[in-house]
Ligand binder design. Structure first.
Ligand code: ADP
Ligand code: MG
Length: 697
């Protein structure tokens, strides 16, 4: 260990300890109160906080500040303003006001709004989210903010997330009160996102236009060695990677990010970083910063960090396992099966609410992880299928069955399994990832949503999770609050919910063909692509849900729908254009050069002895010439198809066209080119191969 971790940890964060230290006592107390109550900050308090924050940031080397926000592009945005303020005598002083702290007006007209700004106000503003600490990164004081239009519409991913946390808090509190808990004041959602990534050598990367433009390879025959030996998974970490991870950890720790575990993943060159979980919005802010730092630190080590969901065909892609739970302000994890019948009953109620939520809103869960990149993984036997289901493990599933059927549980002796009377057995925590094939798995005291893509913000998935669970808790609370006998009503509700929604529970192999058939029989949705999934977000039941909980207005839902489809089409368009360029300007000229070499060899040999058979040359020239013609024709076909694509304005039509017409044409072009690769002299191949990339560090 190179540095003193406790000393550097959080050293670049304006956290609670710093605030207590730097702020006058009364200001600190009012700030805390405002944060806890989720109210707007008084300007007089903001002014004092701003000065303290600025002085602290300057000590840490900052000269600028930025309202750091998460526009709908999925990455984070910042516009730097310096603290300097000119004085009449020609000098400058460093200034920062409360007004600048709490509200900003980035000229953000180029951020996608999906028509929201056209309908409402042209400009947006950013507002401080004081529950997420400010931090200094690269000499800039970053203030985490939400980004809204003047009409109040959310133009970012943070605002709906905060709204969803609020509604879940409200509904969960109602349930806890029903169980006689009068002391708890707040329920927050906790999230721990495990981040997967690839590292490749920067010089190798720089020779691949597809990686540069698209973040993934569009061509490439499989290397002789891939992931089949499973020798990379948890294997010894290479020194170069080790040095990278040490650096990365140090940078993350300085920013107060609880990077905890690091290991190699299944694929060669693939790795994972898991943080310790935190409150959802903080943890998601942290994950956004983590992705950025991962890329920056890689460059320092002359490597490139690939966050794309599917950088290499035939090799596992990268995901982001979203661990999710709910915790009370007195530290009780609501998904921890308790030790008493009473605690168990409460756990079972939350559990069944989640089961019902996932079943009724399978479509939204699928929508929340939909992107062109993630479509490559889902259902490809490396990540969960596009069909939503829940893994509970055998023990828990059996208990639910006993409750449903009113039978006895195996270890419990005679008598029916009764909620509120019997103690649940303790379940082994699923530390072994027993079932990696499930999209949504219970792992002892939390759920793990495994379908999220590695490059995406997990704001969306968590917004959906919080909202759909809040909705079921709302309905449960309505029913139970009106009941004459709470215990009877609770038993009845849990039993009925299991009966009606158990179809969503599946403990088997999610990768298998049988599951697809079985899921169809059960009436579960199978939405293989983004284009199949997106329209479901506009269903009335879904818009009603969002509006009821104040998460998105209908206009906000539509804006996200439009943006997602637009990004989908544009992503594939860039990939197709890149393929054409690589095929016509790199691959075909190189193969042609090789064919020419072969032809020259043939004719030279002929001069020596006309009876030479030239078997190899003849064979390769024939094979490669046929492939050249096919690839050339296919590249031209692809070009024509792109020219005929519908305008981006008709988003669904356009995205459907890219899915049905462009992707298959790209696949075809690739197959011809990959076939040429394995038949062409390696010294003439125009860019590094899969072998070069996967074993480059
Ligand atoms: P594994 O999934 O490999 O068994 P862990 O269970 O320790 O490993 O946790 C994986 C991730 O889940 C970590 O990021 C961890 O912080 C997070 N996590 C653990 N408990 C919770 C929780 N109650 N809420 C949200 N995330 C959690
Ligand atoms: Mg895990």
């Amino acid at each position: 260990m190179r540095s003193n971790v406790p000393e550097i940890f959080g050293s670049m964060v304006f956290n609670d300890a710093i605030m207590r230290d730097k702020l006058p006592k009364d200001i600190y107390r009012s700030l805390k109160k405002t944060i806890e109550a989720g109210r707007d900050l008084d300007i007089s308090i903001a002014n004092v906080v701003a000065i303290a924050m600025k002085d602290w940031a300057i000590e840490k080397g900052a000269t600028h500040y930025t309202h750091w926000f998460q526009p709908l592009t999925g990455i984070t945005a910042e516009k730097h303003d310096s603290f300097i303020s000119p004085q009449s005598d020609g000098r400058v002083i460093m200034e920062f006001s409360g007004k600048e702290l709490i509200k900003g007006e980035p000229d953000a007209s180029s951020f996608p709004s999906g028509g929201l700004r056209a309908t409402f106000e042209a400009r947006g503003y950013t507002a401080w989210d004081p529950t997420s600490y400010a931090f200094v990164k690269d000499g800039v004081l970053c203030i985490p903010t939400a980004f809204c239009s003047y009409g109040g519409e959310a133009l970012d991913k943070k605002t709906p997330l905060l709204r969803s946390m609020e509604t879940l808090n409200e509904q969960a509190l109602r349930i806890l009160r029903l169980f006689g808990n009068t002391s708890v004041r707040r329920v927050t959602t906790t999230v721990g996102p495990e981040q997967e990534y690839f590292l490749v050598d920067r010089d190798v990367y720089n020779k691949r236009k597809d990686l540069i433009y698209c973040g993934r390879t569009l061509f490439g025959a499989m290397a002789p060695k891939g992931q089949e030996m499973d020798d990379h998974y948890f294997g010894a970490i290479l020194r170069r990677v080790q040095a990278y991870m040490e650096d990365l950890n140090e940078e993350l720790w300085k920013l107060g990010i609880l990077s905890k575990t690091e290991h190699n993943e299944v694929a060669p060159a693939q790795h994972e970083m898991a943080p310790i979980f935190d409150t959802a919005n903080i943890s998601i802010d942290h994950n956004q910063v983590t992705m950025e730092i991962m890329k920056n630190v890689a460059k320092k080590h002359n490597m490139i960090c690939l966050l794309h969901e599917k950088p290499f065909a035939g090799v596992n892609g990268s995901g982001k396992h979203n661990n999710w739970s709910m915790v009370t302000d007195d530290g009780v994890n609501l998904l921890e099966p308790g030790k008493s019948p009473h605690e168990n009953a409460q756990f079972l109620l939350f559990l069944t609410a989640i089961i019902k939520a996932i079943d009724e809103y399978q479509d939204l869960m699928r929508v929340s992880i939909a992107s062109a990149g993630n479509d490559h993984r889902l259902g490809a036997s490396e990540a969960p299928p596009a069909i939503m289901s829940i893994f509970l493990g055998d023990d828990l599933e059996e208990i639910l069955e006993c409750i449903e059927k009113g039978t006895s549980y195996k270890n419990q002796g005679a008598g029916r399994m009764e909620i509120g009377v019997h103690v649940l057995p303790s379940f082994p925590k699923d530390t072994t990832d027993r079932n990696r094939t499930s999209p949504f798995a219970f792992t002892g005291n939390k759920f793990e949503f495994r379908s999220c893509g590695s490059s995406m913000s997990v704001s969306g998935p968590n917004t959906i999770l919080n909202t759909i669970v809040a909705e079921e808790l709302r309905l449960f609370a309505d029913e139970l609050e009106g009941a004459d006998d709470f215990t009877d009503a609770l038993n009845d509700l849990i039993k009925r919910t299991i009966q009606q929604h158990k179809r969503i529970i599946f403990n088997g192999d999610g990768y298998s063909e049988e599951w697809k058939k079985e899921a169809k029989k059960r009436g579960l949705l199978n939405l293989p692509t983004t284009v199949d999934a997106m329209p479901t977000v506009l269903l009335k039941k879904n818009i009603d849900l969002f509006e009821r909980h104040g998460i998105y207005t209908e206009a906000e839902v539509r804006s996200r729908y439009e943006i997602n489809l637009d990004v989908y089409s544009k992503t594939i368009n860039i990939e197709a254009q890149t393929m054409i360029e690589m095929a016509l300007r790199q691959i075909l000229p190189s193969v042609n050069r090789y064919v020419k070499q072969l032809a020259e060899a043939m004719s030279l040999k002929g001069m020596i002895d006309p009876l030479f058979k030239n078997g190899m040359e003849r064979d390769l020239i024939k094979k490669l010439s046929v492939l050249e013609d096919k690839a050339y024709a296919q590249a031209n076909d692809l070009k024509k198809l792109l020219d005929k694509a519908p305008s981006y304005d008709s988003n669904l039509e356009c995205a459907t066209y890219y899915k049905d017409k462009i992707i298959p044409a790209m696949d075809k072009l690739r197959s011809f080119c990959d076939e040429m690769e394995v038949n062409t002299a390696s010294e003439l191949w125009p860019f590094p191969t899969y072998g070069d990339l996967l074993f480059s560090v």
